[in-house]
Every structure is written in C-alpha cells, then in structure tokens.
Write a protein that binds this ligand. Structure first.
Ligand SMILES: Cc1ncc(COP(=O)(O)O)c(C=O)c1O
Length: 446
C-alpha cells in the first residue's frame, strides 16, 4: 500500500512540495510497501504487544492526513518558509574538472535549516503529532542532526522534546548536543551496548512503550516498524521530486547516476524514490566501509550483513551466527548503525539499486577536496557519497552526469576532521566546557 501523499504525484496539489505543474515523469509500477508494511521479504512490524495500539493509531493518522489538503498545504508551507526549500542543485565544475570524466552535481541538502535533510521528515512527523494531540515528542540520534531537527520542530510547534543519544556519539558530536539543549530539548545519554545509535533507538522505544498516550516517537530514518519506513521516505521524497524538475533545468536531462550515503537510509530513499521508475538512472547507495569492508570494522549492513530483525523490522543486519548484533565502526556517527531501512534491503535484492562502500580515509579525502576545490564543507556522512562519486567519475565519460545527495553540512564534524589530522579543534578549555553546558532546567531556568 502506498499512501496518496506520494501515490498521486502527477496531480497538482497532491505533492508535498513539487512545483504546481509537477514533474513530467512520475513513479509508476512501484507500490511498496504492501498493506502490512512489507517490501518483499523485508519490513513489517516486529514490536511488543504494548506498541501495537500506538502503531495502529499512527497508521490511521498517517492514512488520514497524508491525503488531507490542509495537512499537505501546511507541510509544503513549512518546507518552504521554515526549512528554506527547494534546495538548489549545484554543478561542481572544478571538482569534475579535477577528476576528469563524468560531471558531478550536488543536491544541496546542506543548505536546509539545521543543516541536513533530517528536517524534512521531522517537520512532517511533528505536524502529525500536533494533529494527533501528542504534546511530547521523543527522538533518537546518532550524528545529532536528527536530534537537532527534532528539537527544532518541537520548539517551533511548542512541544516537549526528549532526545536519546549514545554517550559515545555525545562525545563525538558535542556541538550538536549543545544545540539541542539550546533549543530546549532534554538530551538523555545512553550508556548501554556500544553507546551509539542502535542503543539510543532501544532506549527511545522503551520510553515510547511507557509514555505511549501523550508521546509521539519521531524516528529519524527509514527504519523501525511499519509505517515509519514508508512515512519517513514519503516526507523525504521531496528531495527526489525537486531533482526531477531541477536536473532538466540545470543540465538539460536527468542524471545517469544518483549517489547517496546510507546509514539508516533516509537521505538515500529521499532522493532515490522518484527515480525508481526511471531504469536508465542508476541508483547507488554508499555505506560506511570504515577501516575496510573486510576489516570487520565498518557499518556496511547491506554488503556484509544478513537478514534478521532489529528495531521493529526485518532487514539486513551486521550480526553473528547467533543473531547478536556485532560492533560497527565509522568515522561518521550518522552512518554508524548495524541495520538499514528495509526498502534498501529490497532494492538491493531486486537489483534496482547497487550498494558500495567508502572508507573513513576516502571520505576524509573527499571532505577536504570539497572544502578546498568547491568552497563547500560537507558532512562526513555526505563525504562518503562524494568519495564514491569522485571514484566513479574517473571511470565514466565527460558526457555522463552523477548527481550526489549532499545530505548535510560539515560544521558538526570539524573537530573530528581536525583530530583525524592530528590537530586540536578547541582553542580553549572553555570552548570544550561550553559544548557540555547544562540544559535550561539544570540551570534553573523555567
Ligand atoms: C548529514 C547526514 N547525512 C546522512 C545521515 C545518515 O542517515 P540516513 O541514512 O538516514 O540519511 C545522517 C545521520 O545522522 C546525517 O546527519
């Protein structure tokens, strides 16, 4: 079952943010997930009985509001006036010339309010929470971008916000922790397991079970139980819808390749979705290869994982022979997740999308190249997509086009890059302390 927020894209007014005339090419012949939330053998709803009612309620609300003209109009208005959409597409001419070969274009999600694609989905879910009468929102976050986006929309719509974050990620992303606190959110450190995104997701699920009456769980990627993978994809598909219109304007045609990094997979699904029915456009997802795909220290669930159940859905997972989730590694917190959205699992098996890896070192090199040659500081997550695009460009003729989803900006990653280069980012101890400063309530401000 595909809901009408997406299902009737050609009809003017039915899209979240496409221009009035709508894209000329529309996704047809692909209608997943099915009514039970399955993408082939993947997806579904694997949760405790206590959450079944909440998920039923959410499915009903999404089914209702995704076709409600008032909801769609408000969503489109927020994307335009609060997020700053549409984001432009930029021809990275100097990088393309340096590489030799295919032309590289960047979809500039880094220019969105809060600095990444994550805000598209959080706006949609916050509007839904408002309609459902839930005054409290919770979220989990890895790189902190989804946490910041959730704290932002909670402030925007006057909701209480609690964000779960692994303590390992809090250390890596101290600036985003401070941002969330400035925005009025409570950030709860998660000390269990590897202290990263998967553990934060577990804690958020636990919170939801106990506060289900007044709480809306804003999941930050295309994972989780049905309807989250579909709903998050739909809200993020504004990215691909814009590209369908913008590419002919800037390049005279659609790209030969669309390349995006894959953590849980929301920026990739956001740009892939409307390209699925165009077989001439190759879809390439780039996972974190960490220290190498064969090093055992990576987060490449699709390339090195096997099917299993995690966080409410069936998908590819990094797990051992007993089904225990194994440790992951990536320089970028946002890609450091042992699972992946179930739709990517389906796209991989069906062959419609291909999945490759970029190592920490390759991502770092692409990060520096983008800074120095194009004057754009990309997120480390997005640098993985860029790293693959740079490699790919060299193997393709100059007549071909590679469109990269530049999913976010790199401000949050400066200290990681500095440390990887052996430099000290914080010039003073007080800067370091400021990044760990107290929340409003801790300071006694009501
Ligand atoms: C900028 C950016 N890109 C990509 C990701 C990965 O998430 P997803 O695969 O859901 O797009 C993150 C996650 O935090 C991110 O912050």
């Amino acid at each position: 079952m595909t809901l009408p927020l997406y299902a009737a894209p050609a009809a003017p007014g039915s899209l979240p943010s496409a221009p009035a005339q709508g894209p000329s090419t529309t996704p047809t012949g692909y209608a997943l997930p099915d009514a039970t939330g399955h993408f082939g053998a993947y997806g579904g709803t694997f949760v405790a009985e206590t959450l079944m009612h909440a998920l039923d309620e959410l499915r009903a609300a999404y089914a209702k509001y995704s076709v409600d003209p008032e909801f769609i109009a408000e969503f489109r208005s927020e994307l335009k006036h609060f997020v700053g959409r549409p984001s432009p597409i930029y021809h990275a001419k100097r990088l393309s010339a340096r590489q030799g070969g295919a032309q590289i274009y960047l979809k500039r999600e880094d220019l969105n309010h809060t600095g990444a694609h994550k805000i598209n989905n959080t706006v949609g879910q916050a509007l839904l929470a408002k309609r459902m009468g839930k005054p409290r929102v919770i979220a989990e976050t890895g790189a902190g971008q989804h946490g910041v986006a959730s704290a932002t929309v909670a402030a925007r719509f006057g909701m209480q916000c609690v964000v779960y974050m692994g303590s390992e990620d809090m250390g890596r992303q101290a600036a985003n922790v401070y941002r969330m606190k400035l925005l009025g959110a409570e950030v709860v450190p998660v000390e269990s397991g590897s202290k990263t995104l998967k553990d934060a997701l577990n804690e958020a699920m636990r919170d939801w079970v106990t506060h289900v009456e007044d709480t809306f769980y804003i999941i930050g990627t295309v994972a989780g139980p049905h309807p989250y993978p579909m709903m998050v994809r739909d809200f993020n598909s504004v990215v691909g819808k814009e590209c369908l219109v913008q590419m002919p304007e800037i390049a005279g045609r659609q790209p030969d390749y669309v390349v995006a990094c894959v953590g849980g997979g929301s920026n990739a699904m956001g740009i892939f979705y409307d390209y699925i029915p165009l077989p001439e456009v190759r879809l390439v997802g780039v996972e974190a290869a960490g220290l190498g795909l064969d090093s055992g220290q990576h987060a490449a669930s699709l390339q090195r994982g096997t099917p299993g159940v995690l966080h409410g859905n069936r998908t590819y997972l990094l797990q051992d022979a007993n089904g225990q989730i194994t440790a992951t590694h990536s320089l970028s917190a946002g890609l450091d997740y042992p699972g992946v959205g179930p739709e990517h699992a389906f796209l991989k098996d069906s062959g419609r999308a291909e999945y490759v890896g970029a190592t920490d070192a390759e991502a770092l090199r692409a990060f520096h190249d983008c800074c120095e040659i194009e004057g754009i500081i990309p997120a480390l997550e997005s640098s993985h997509a860029l790293a693959h695009a740079l490699k790919l460009a060299q193997t393709r003729p100059a007549s071909e086009i590679i469109l990269v989803n530049l999913s976010g900006r790199g401000d949050k990653d400066l200290h990681i890059v500095a440390e990887a280069s052996g430099l000290e980012f914080f010039c003073r101890d007080s800067c370091r302390r400021a990044s760990q400063a107290l929340t409003r309530s801790e300071r006694g401000v009501s």
